[in-house]
Design a protein around this ligand. Structure first.
Ligand code: 2IO
Length: 422
């Protein structure tokens, strides 16, 4: 790889076009990279990123007060600490594991079958815009127990919320638009919350409404924030991960063939996709005291961005890090969706992603259904691949051609759904 200038701004167009070119030079020559325009430090080494995410006393999530709270309409899980964090995290974890996860997997399968159906006879689908994005929203609405007829509206509000939390610089006009989206989403959610308090069901909103912390039920504000937190976290990275998985398998036909022969390799392919091209590229923290990394001091009060994509390609953490290899011995597939993961795509430490098992189920179910259906799947002719985003990053579109099949080719029995088969 050509050595790119490590002193290039991570806010430049060159960096946005292909951040991966800059990761090695940054790690080697500017591992604590300061951006004066936004007064923030960017850390690119695996060791340093891991230290920031696990030293909770020195590096707090205080940054989310300005980055997330205005659009979340209250505090998100990642902002909480101590007993409150433990208790509320447990409620959310329970809703995304065990029996709840098995029920969700059936819902994921049904949504995926419904969405892919119309495209099967055509032999062409844009995996991001026709399938992945609607799937991510439909599935999240199912988990929350919200009406799917409103999905386009919820998706539009979500975009505004996501733009706010993932932007590095935001114009006053865009900021106003994002806040408006959040206010409308809140106004949509509050009557639902009030209804669920009286008539609780099995969905996550009901669980949040009936849960108590310190003997006290959560306020509408607290429940709203956790709903928007789940909506953003479950929706924003999902279509990106699915599209990146297909992109990498199509670009590595030998590995595609292996996964098709043996679908039990799918979790490894998903884990390697997450390591190689993490959909969440940045995790912000605030330094509470002066800290020295590789000889450079990050001052107390500074905003620090952990560069997940760069850390995941650190040769000190993975051999041949710039190679996509689902068989890499240092991947540790089983660990990859847990707190013991070597890649940092779900973060690490106290605030590591609560939805990791759910994310795996969603991508595994969707890809496990699509692979046998999309015979001879390939990039549509003339398509120019392009990724967008610095904070969350993925393909803007992924138009694919495949051998057309009749609709209704998708099975619904448990033994046809990975994760439910056993
Ligand atoms: C929603 C970046 C979509 C989270 C965030 C304000 C908090 C937290 C994350 C992920 C993914 C989002 N941060 N999920 O990085 O809940």
């Amino acid at each position: 790889m050509h050595m790119a200038n490590p002193y290039v701004s991570v806010l430049s167009e060159d960096f946005a076009a292909d951040p991966y070119r800059y990761f090695a030079p940054l790690r080697e020559r500017s591992p604590v990279h300061y951006e004066p325009a936004i007064d923030s430090y960017f850390l690119s080494r695996h060791e340093d990123v891991k230290r920031v995410l696990t030293d909770h006393a020195t590096f707090t999530t205080e940054t989310l007060q300005v980055r997330a709270e205005p659009v979340m309409r209250g505090p998100v899980l990642a902002q909480m600490t101590g007993a409150e964090h433990t208790a509320k995290r447990k409620i959310v974890v329970r809703s995304f594991t065990g029996q709840a996860l098995r029920d969700q997997t059936r819902a994921i399968h049904a949504n995926a079958a419904e969405l892919i159906g119309p495209f099967l006879p055509r032999g062409r689908v844009d995996l991001v815009n026709d399938f992945g994005r609607p799937l991510a929203v439909h599935v999240t609405l199912d988990v929350l127990g919200l009406d799917k007829k409103d999905w386009q509206q919820v998706a539009a509000w979500h975009s505004g919320v996501a733009e706010f939390i993932t932007s590095i610089v935001l114009t006053p006009e865009r900021r106003r638009h994002c806040l408006e989206c959040a206010e409308q989403l809140e106004a949509y959610l509050v009557p639902v919350i009030e209804h669920r308090r009286r008539h609780p069901g099995e969905d996550l909103i009901s669980r949040l409404c009936t849960a108590e912390f310190d003997g006290v039920a959560m306020s509408n504000r607290d429940v709203t924030a956790l709903i928007i937190n789940v909506l953003a976290a479950a929706t924003e990275p999902a279509d990106k991960t699915l599209a990146l998985l297909f992109k990498h398998l199509i670009d590595h036909p030998d590995q595609m063939a292996r996964v098709r022969q043996d679908p039990t390799l799918l979790p490894a392919a998903i884990a390697e996709t997450l390591r190689y091209t993490p959909p969440v590229q940045l995790i912000p923290r605030q330094a509470e005291q002066d800290t020295v990394f590789a000889g450079t001091t990050v001052p107390a009060g500074a905003t620090v961005f952990c560069m997940i994509g760069a850390a995941n390609r650190d040769p000190d953490a993975f051999t041949a890090p710039d190679t996509f290899d689902i068989h890499r011995p240092d991947l540790g597939t089983a660990r990859s969706f847990t707190a013991a993961a070597q890649h940092l795509s779900f973060g690490t430490g106290l605030h590591q992603c609560v939805g990791a098992a759910f994310a795996r189920a969603e991508i595994e179910t969707a890809a496990g259904m699509l692979l046998p259906l999309l015979d001879r799947v390939r990039h549509s002719p003339g398509f120019r691949y392009r990724e967008t985003g610095l904070y969350t990053r993925g393909p803007a579109a992924l138009p694919l051609d495949f051998t057309p099949v009749h609709e209704g080719a998708t099975g619904h029995r448990d033994d046809e759904i990975p994760g439910l088969a056993e």
